[in-house]
Design a protein around this ligand. Structure first.
Ligand SMILES: Nc1ncnc2c1ncn2[C@@H]1O[C@H](COP(=O)(O)OP(=O)(O)OP(=O)(O)O)[C@@H](O)[C@H]1O
Ligand SMILES: O=C(O)[C@H](O)CO
Length: 508
């Protein structure tokens, strides 16, 4: 159509849509959106709190430094003191990337403690956790504790329940992770072995009022699992923990201290957790202030600005990258048919894939309806948006990440003769880092295969070796890589598939 031809290329627009998704969940932006200040009143999620030099702040996670800096700009005049536990080396990295606004001022009342090298709980992180516990434990009913939480918070707040040692606890979680346990399973176990997770921090802060601002990096935004839910009351169910350990065949190789912790039921409270007072939770407000859903909404608004017709499939895409790539291939094919001519077996195949990739039938049907709808005047291409966290089964020793591998596989799908749709696909990690590579992801289309062949790059070889980063680095001077640099936030991955109007429909 005239409209899309006069605009920048689909590749450029896909990148702009991704940037908007990331921009919408920047730590400072989400905090500013959630804290409304009127004199000495602070409004959070419709609830009002009075500031009387009674404010304390703690935080743990990869994005909380930027969140803390913004919170201090908004309510710093009432802040008595704060402690944040953030990744090792992050201040230097943010400084080197010119992200000064994510750093605290020199005269800040907040102490920054770095730890958890390589995202593993260590003695430094344990010290930070101890400082946070001390701060929370000293509060009274007049105080207000602002808790900033983001992904990576579990490793940055280790407080093993005695008699377990940090090393023992870390061994268990690492073994589980290596055996392929999900983040839900991992954090269910972490919660049971910790003094602060699973509502322990809120319990320490009692009787103070607690307001937790949460940047979610888990599908479905489950409050009790993000950073293992330190402000969310959780029922302690040892049988649930044993079932998980059993599932990964770990129940026979555990330290005896773990047995003790699990049989005593949270000895640190001096009471059965079933008795963990419910009224503690009356003093706690948990708010998700940033999530994949919010990133997709921001991306969708940007798409409209760029003359694209947006449709959000789902913020919960998961499962093996092969299945996810297949889904996008089928959807791009589906979009090529004019309304009333879509083959029913194609729709059936799409619906069948749903459960494997975490997408509801309802969302698939809604999206397919949009794809076959006639374009309203002025709409050029359609921008199909989704997010989540697919997985890659590592079989090779190459360098890559799930986003680059997904983009590569979708590129192959788009090459099929049936498609020829001119579709462009982008997959990117919102943290700016896809696996252990410098890229966040990649942008591909149906020309990928031809391009690779003309440069004698063997796609199958790179895929077998999980070497997607090397592939994209060598292909056309890395032009297809998505390299936003460190973004300072993380709400998992964003996928955008831009589908030009099909030729059939243009001539209708
Ligand atoms: N060579 C590779 N090819 C494809 N995927 C890879 C490769 N190496 C690692 N990965 C994937 O990258 C992820 C690990 O990367 P990272 O160490 O950044 O972990 P993470 O913290 O889970 O990532 P994120 O913070 O993005 O959720 C895993 O999903 C892993 O399967
Ligand atoms: O910290 C964690 O537990 C993970 O990032 C999930 O929130």
């Amino acid at each position: 159509s005239l409209c899309s031809r006069s605009m920048s290329s689909l590749d450029t627009r896909a990148r702009a849509v991704f940037s908007a998704a990331v921009e919408g969940v920047q730590p400072d932006i989400v905090v500013r959106r959630s804290l409304e200040r009127h004199g000495d009143k602070l409004l959070v999620n419709g609830q009002s709190f009075t500031l009387t030099n009674n404010l304390y702040l703690v935080g743990f996670g990869k994005a909380v430094l930027g969140m803390a800096a913004e919170a201090e700009r908004i309510v710093g005049d009432h802040l008595i003191k704060g402690v944040v536990s953030v990744p090792h080396g992050i201040q230097k990295t943010l400084h080197n990337h010119g992200k000064e606004k994510m750093l605290l001022e020199n005269n800040s009342r907040i102490t920054v403690m770095e730890g958890a090298k390589n995202n593993l709980p260590d003695a430094d992180a344990q010290k930070s956790a101890e400082c946070i516990r001390e701060l929370a434990s000293g509060l009274t009913e007049k105080d207000l504790l602002l808790v900033l939480i983001s992904g990576g918070g579990s490793a940055l707040l280790p407080a093993p329940a005695p008699p377990m040692s940090l090393q023992e606890k870390q061994d268990v979680t690492q073994k589980l992770a290596a055996a392929g346990a999900t983040i839900q399973e991992l954090n269910t176990v972490r919660r049971a072995l910790s003094l602060l997770k699973g509502g322990g921090l809120a319990q320490c802060a009692n009787p103070a009022q607690v307001v937790a601002l949460i940047l979610s990096d888990v599908i479905g935004d489950p409050l009790d699992l993000i950073a293992s839910g330190p402000t969310v009351r959780s029922d302690f169910k040892p049988e649930e923990v044993w079932a998980i350990l059993e599932r990964y065949k770990l129940s026979y190789s555990l330290p005896s201290s773990m047995n003790e912790v699990l049989s005593k039921a949270r000895p640190h409270y001096g009471l059965q957790v079933q008795e963990q007072p419910e009224e503690v939770q009356d003093h706690v407000l948990n708010v998700v202030i940033g999530s994949n859903t919010i990133a997709l909404e921001c991306a969708s608004r940007k798409a409209v600005e760029l003359g694209l017709r947006p449709v959000i499939l789902s913020p919960g895409v998961c499962g093996d990258v092969r299945s996810v790539a297949r889904l996008y291939g089928l959807l791009s094919r589906f979009a090529c048919y004019p309304e009333k001519e879509t083959p029913p077996e194609l729709a059936a195949e799409i619906l069948q894939l749903g459960p494997e990739v975490g997408v509801e039938s309802w969302d698939l049907c809604r999206t397919m309806n949009v794809l076959v709808e006639e374009r309203k005047e002025g709409w050029g291409a359609t921008c199909l948006l989704a997010g989540g966290e697919p997985t890659v089964q590592l079989t090779g020793k190459g360098r890559g990440g799930r986003n680059q591998e997904l983009a590569l596989r979708v590129g192959l799908e788009l090459n099929s003769d049936e498609v020829k749709s001119g579709a462009v696909f982008l997959s990117g990690g919102t943290d700016g880092q896809d696996g252990p590579t410098e890229a966040a992801g990649a942008v591909t289309d149906g020309e990928l295969m031809k391009e690779a062949m003309s440069q004698s790059l063997d796609i199958d070889g790179f895929l077998t070796n999980n070497d997607s980063f090397t592939f994209f680095s060598q292909l056309t001077e890395g032009r297809r890589l998505l390299m936003p640099g460190l973004t300072g936030t993380n709400v998992m991955d964003v996928h955008a598939m831009l589908l030009p109007p099909s030729p059939q429909r243009d001539f209708q």
